[in-house]
Write a protein that binds this ligand. Structure first.
Ligand code: CP
Length: 304
């Protein structure tokens, strides 16, 4: 593993290794602290979009591993915001830093950065993929519900970066995956192509009731994360019936787990009651961003 750009880059063995290292680092952190695996290393934390969890969990994670994490607002502070070519920014940062985390819009831009940086690049979210989030989701499911293989995971909502990544991550982990979204909001075509190789272990549906049936884990995310505000009204119409409610979850396995990558829009993709019933799982999922990203950094930069 040279970079973490999207879930498709991982083999099942690499995915399991990241989760194993994350469990170990979490246990060490709870017992007093993790070893300084990034001592002397620096990580550029480049954000072209807003973030709470990704930014702060990387900042804290690099610190806990003994390295230096430098946040930079790529939308307003770097010369890239005034037109410096991306490949030049990549070649400069790659000479100062040992790793670059970038939150941006186009996956192709992230891949160009990785082509030119000469150091590992980690996807902090693009319009196509959110691998750090899905690794934290899988860590949380395994931590709470045991082995992932054979569990049914159902994603309900927009076929966006979260759907793209959770479909691939769940299938790589041996889960049965159902994705439920309105027909106009399907996941990326290449993700559906990947998923179809798993035969009956993958289903793409439009009916939330059918999708959540017997699910061990139900996952959702905001309906307009990557969309313009002007689209909100149309999306609220198109996603009517896709909210995770107590009634919808009656069809899932009793005691099913509910995850949400946050921030949540209560009353839109998830009801307040479902959110609060599952808040401990959801905030453990947020906490696990820290541990799983430390694992990714330790594997990429310290050869774990
Ligand atoms: N889930 C997630 O990526 O959160 P932030 O947008 O706050 O980083």
């Amino acid at each position: 593993m040279n970079h973490l750009l999207k879930m498709n880059d991982l083999t099942p063995a690499e995915l399991t290794h990241i989760l194993d290292v994350a469990d170990q680092l979490k246990a060490q952190q709870k017992a007093g602290g993790t070893p300084p695996l990034l001592a002397g290393k620096s990580v550029a934390l480049m954000f072209s979009k807003t973030s709470t969890r990704t930014r702060t969990s990387f900042e804290v994670g690099v610190y806990q591993l003994g390295g230096l994490g430098c946040y930079m607002n790529a939308a307003t502070e770097l010369q890239a915001a005034r037109g410096e070519p991306l490949r030049d920014t990549a070649r400069v940062l790659g000479r100062y830093y040992d790793c670059i985390v970038w939150r941006t819009y186009r996956q192709s831009d992230l891949e160009e950065l990785a082509d030119y940086a000469g150091v590992p690049v980690i996807n902090g979210l693009t319009d196509y993929a959110h691998p750090c989030q899905v690794l934290a989701d899988l860590m949380t499911i395994r931590e709470r519900r045991g082995p992932l293989a054979g569990q049914k995971l159902c994603f309900v909502g927009d076929g966006n970066n979260m759907a793209n990544s959770i479909i691939i991550g769940g299938l790589l982990a041996g889960m049965r995956v159902t994705c439920v979204c309105p027909p106009a909001y399907r996941p990326a075509a290449d993700v559906l192509g990947f998923a179809r190789r798993y035969g009956a272990d993958f289903e793409l549906l439009a009916d939330p009731k059918a999708g959540v049936r017997d699910a061990d884990v139900v996952v959702t995310a905001v309906w307009n994360s990557a969309a313009a505000e002007s689209e909100t009204e149309r999306r609220m119409r198109d996603f009517r019936g896709y909210q995770l409610t107590s009634r919808l979850l009656e069809g899932a396995k009793p005691g099913c787990m509910v995850l949400h990558c946050l921030p949540a829009h209560r009353g839109e993709e998830i009801s307040n009651a479902v959110f609060e019933d599952h808040a401990d799982e959801i905030f453990t999922e947020a906490e696990n961003r820290l541990h799983v990203q430390k694992a990714v950094l330790a594997i990429l930069l310290a050869g774990l």
